[in-house]
Design a protein around this ligand. Structure first.
Ligand SMILES: [Zn+2]
Length: 136
Protein backbone atom coordinates (compact mmCIF):
# COMPACT_ATOMS: atom_id res chain seq x y z
CA UNK A 1 0.00 0.00 0.00
CA UNK A 2 1.28 3.42 -0.95
CA UNK A 3 -0.10 5.05 2.18
CA UNK A 4 2.71 3.41 4.12
CA UNK A 5 5.08 6.08 2.87
CA UNK A 6 2.98 8.84 4.35
CA UNK A 7 3.65 10.24 7.75
CA UNK A 8 1.80 8.43 10.46
CA UNK A 9 -1.23 10.60 11.20
CA UNK A 10 -4.67 10.47 12.67
CA UNK A 11 -7.51 12.95 12.91
CA UNK A 12 -8.08 12.45 16.61
CA UNK A 13 -4.58 13.12 17.87
CA UNK A 14 -2.15 15.83 16.88
CA UNK A 15 1.39 14.42 16.82
CA UNK A 16 4.02 16.20 18.89
CA UNK A 17 7.20 17.11 17.07
CA UNK A 18 10.03 14.92 18.25
CA UNK A 19 12.35 16.54 20.78
CA UNK A 20 14.09 15.33 23.95
CA UNK A 21 10.99 15.73 26.06
CA UNK A 22 8.77 13.86 23.62
CA UNK A 23 11.38 11.11 23.29
CA UNK A 24 11.30 10.60 27.03
CA UNK A 25 7.49 10.47 27.00
CA UNK A 26 7.61 7.94 24.19
CA UNK A 27 10.25 5.95 26.08
CA UNK A 28 7.73 5.33 28.88
CA UNK A 29 5.30 3.84 26.37
CA UNK A 30 7.97 1.78 24.64
CA UNK A 31 9.15 0.40 27.99
CA UNK A 32 5.63 -0.93 28.55
CA UNK A 33 5.64 -2.52 25.13
CA UNK A 34 8.89 -4.23 26.13
CA UNK A 35 7.15 -5.71 29.16
CA UNK A 36 4.87 -7.44 26.68
CA UNK A 37 7.77 -8.42 24.47
CA UNK A 38 9.22 -10.30 27.43
CA UNK A 39 6.20 -12.60 27.21
CA UNK A 40 5.64 -12.62 23.47
CA UNK A 41 8.98 -13.08 21.81
CA UNK A 42 7.70 -12.62 18.28
CA UNK A 43 5.75 -9.46 19.07
CA UNK A 44 5.95 -7.39 15.90
CA UNK A 45 7.49 -3.95 15.96
CA UNK A 46 4.93 -1.23 16.65
CA UNK A 47 5.21 2.41 15.68
CA UNK A 48 4.42 4.79 18.48
CA UNK A 49 3.49 8.47 18.31
CA UNK A 50 2.87 10.83 21.19
CA UNK A 51 0.52 13.75 20.90
CA UNK A 52 -2.44 15.62 22.24
CA UNK A 53 -6.05 14.75 21.66
CA UNK A 54 -8.16 16.99 19.48
CA UNK A 55 -11.15 15.63 21.35
CA UNK A 56 -10.64 15.71 25.09
CA UNK A 57 -11.57 12.19 26.10
CA UNK A 58 -9.21 10.42 23.73
CA UNK A 59 -6.31 8.85 25.63
CA UNK A 60 -4.91 6.60 22.97
CA UNK A 61 -5.65 5.28 19.56
CA UNK A 62 -4.58 2.49 17.26
CA UNK A 63 -5.10 1.48 13.69
CA UNK A 64 -6.49 -2.01 14.01
CA UNK A 65 -4.03 -4.57 12.81
CA UNK A 66 -1.74 -1.87 11.43
CA UNK A 67 0.89 -1.87 14.14
CA UNK A 68 0.59 1.84 14.75
CA UNK A 69 -0.51 3.45 17.94
CA UNK A 70 -0.87 6.85 19.50
CA UNK A 71 -0.77 7.71 23.18
CA UNK A 72 -1.61 11.16 24.49
CA UNK A 73 0.46 13.10 26.97
CA UNK A 74 -2.63 13.14 29.15
CA UNK A 75 -2.46 9.34 29.36
CA UNK A 76 1.26 9.39 30.10
CA UNK A 77 0.62 11.85 32.93
CA UNK A 78 -1.81 9.42 34.57
CA UNK A 79 -0.67 6.71 36.99
CA UNK A 80 1.68 4.01 35.77
CA UNK A 81 -1.07 1.39 35.99
CA UNK A 82 -3.54 3.58 34.08
CA UNK A 83 -1.00 4.21 31.35
CA UNK A 84 -0.28 0.50 31.09
CA UNK A 85 -4.00 -0.25 30.65
CA UNK A 86 -4.14 2.28 27.84
CA UNK A 87 -0.97 1.05 26.13
CA UNK A 88 -1.93 -2.63 26.34
CA UNK A 89 -5.46 -1.82 25.13
CA UNK A 90 -4.07 -0.07 22.07
CA UNK A 91 -1.62 -2.94 21.51
CA UNK A 92 -4.50 -5.41 21.33
CA UNK A 93 -6.08 -3.25 18.62
CA UNK A 94 -2.82 -2.58 16.79
CA UNK A 95 -1.28 -6.04 16.82
CA UNK A 96 -4.04 -8.54 17.29
CA UNK A 97 -6.69 -6.49 15.47
CA UNK A 98 -9.46 -6.91 18.01
CA UNK A 99 -12.32 -4.50 18.61
CA UNK A 100 -13.79 -3.46 21.95
CA UNK A 101 -15.42 -5.88 24.33
CA UNK A 102 -17.60 -4.55 27.14
CA UNK A 103 -17.03 -7.73 29.11
CA UNK A 104 -13.25 -7.48 29.02
CA UNK A 105 -11.71 -5.17 31.62
CA UNK A 106 -8.86 -4.40 29.22
CA UNK A 107 -10.86 -3.93 26.02
CA UNK A 108 -13.80 -1.93 27.35
CA UNK A 109 -14.33 1.10 25.12
CA UNK A 110 -13.59 3.50 27.97
CA UNK A 111 -11.09 3.23 30.79
CA UNK A 112 -13.27 2.07 33.67
CA UNK A 113 -11.24 -0.62 35.33
CA UNK A 114 -7.58 -0.05 36.01
CA UNK A 115 -5.88 -3.41 36.18
CA UNK A 116 -2.59 -4.02 37.91
CA UNK A 117 0.41 -5.10 35.85
CA UNK A 118 -0.20 -8.81 36.26
CA UNK A 119 -3.91 -8.71 35.35
CA UNK A 120 -3.25 -6.33 32.52
CA UNK A 121 -0.79 -8.75 30.98
CA UNK A 122 -3.04 -11.73 31.60
CA UNK A 123 -5.86 -10.03 29.71
CA UNK A 124 -3.60 -9.05 26.83
CA UNK A 125 -2.23 -12.58 26.46
CA UNK A 126 -5.81 -13.85 26.16
CA UNK A 127 -6.00 -12.17 22.75
CA UNK A 128 -2.75 -13.65 21.57
CA UNK A 129 -4.23 -17.09 22.05
CA UNK A 130 -7.47 -16.41 20.13
CA UNK A 131 -5.78 -17.59 16.98
CA UNK A 132 -7.81 -16.53 13.97
CA UNK A 133 -10.65 -15.35 16.17
CA UNK A 134 -10.48 -11.71 15.18
CA UNK A 135 -13.89 -10.17 15.52
CA UNK A 136 -14.02 -8.33 12.25
ZN1 LIG B 1 -10.00 1.00 21.97
Amino acid sequence: MKTKEKQMQTKEIKNFKMNDEVYSLRRKVINMIYEVKNHIEDLPRVEVRIGEARCENVLGLAMRGKRQLWITKKAIDMSEDALRNIVYHELVHAIFGFRHDDKCPLMQPTLKTILNKEDCLKNLLKYKNYNGGKND
